[in-house]
Design a protein around this ligand. Structure first.
Ligand code: AMP
Length: 222
């Protein structure tokens, strides 16, 4: 099979992680989410995790140099991948181009997951957790029987720090200022395909599936 090397571009809450997981099952690509990797580093209290912590909790980006080194190490081991949450700045995009050019492995496409801001905010703030048991609810897709109250112990649910309205709003502002310019960057390179990410999960998955042949063809033409 032709190689797929794709960036999933889009705001937090656009569903990139969900769709990357689905694509991984269909196209045997490595799914690399910088957010997931950083969260693992935080749990393990590694030096990177400790450095990233404050930025993440404020909804800000972790410094480019840390993220670029992380991705460089990861990409050294794979030639088929979905990048989810990277690049998020122009300098990260340029660093990615350089990394891939060195290995003669250009991107074969960029999928832009487009959804309106009010929907993104609703999705981001939908996650509530029982801090005593770890049970996760989603107020849109899997709500508790009584708002804000755990079904099992009847005590209050809580939001994670970066799911609160304030931090989610900050994450969307940071996306618009620092990441949205990448839409033009990849459009100019003829790599961008828009996905309507406001649709439901199965519909978005069908749109993503429909791009696979083009992602593979691009590779053979380079
Ligand atoms: P995510 O789960 O992708 O929304 O990422 C969670 C947080 O991790 C972000 O709000 C940032 O603080 C950090 N992060 C993830 N990816 C990057 C990146 N490419 N550049 C800078 N910070 C990142």
């Amino acid at each position: 099979m032709s190689e797929i090397r794709v960036v999933f571009l889009g705001a937090p809450g656009a569903g990139k992680g969900t769709q990357a997981t689905l694509l991984r099952q269909q196209a045997s690509v490595t799914h690399f989410s910088t957010g997931d990797v950083l969260r693992r580093h935080r749990i393990e209290k590694t030096p990177l995790g400790l450095q990233a912590e404050a930025c993440m909790d404020r909804g800000e980006l972790v410094p480019d140099a840390l993220i670029i080194a992380l991705v460089e190490a990861e990409l050294a081991t794979t030639s088929m991948f979905v990048l989810d949450g990277f690049p998020r700045t122009l300098s990260q995009a340029e660093a990615l181009d350089t990394m891939l050019a060195t290995r003669c492995m250009p991107l074969t496409g960029v999928l832009f997951f487009d959804a309106p801001r009010d929907l993104l905010l609703r999705r981001l703030t939908a996650r509530w957790v029982n801090p005593r048991t770890g049970r996760i609810y989603n107020t849109i897709t899997d709500p508790p029987r009584a708002a804000g109250i755990d079904d099992d112990d009847g005590l209050p649910l809580e939001q994670r720090v970066d799911d609160t309205l304030e931090t989610a709003t900050r994450r969307l502002d940071v996306y618009e200022q620092q990441t949205a310019p990448l839409i033009a960057y990849y459009t100019q390179r003829g790599l961008l395909t828009r996905i309507n990410a406001a649709a439901d999960i199965e519909d978005v998955a069908a749109q993503v599936r429909a791009t696979i042949p083009a992602l593979q063809r691009m590779e053979t033409h380079r």
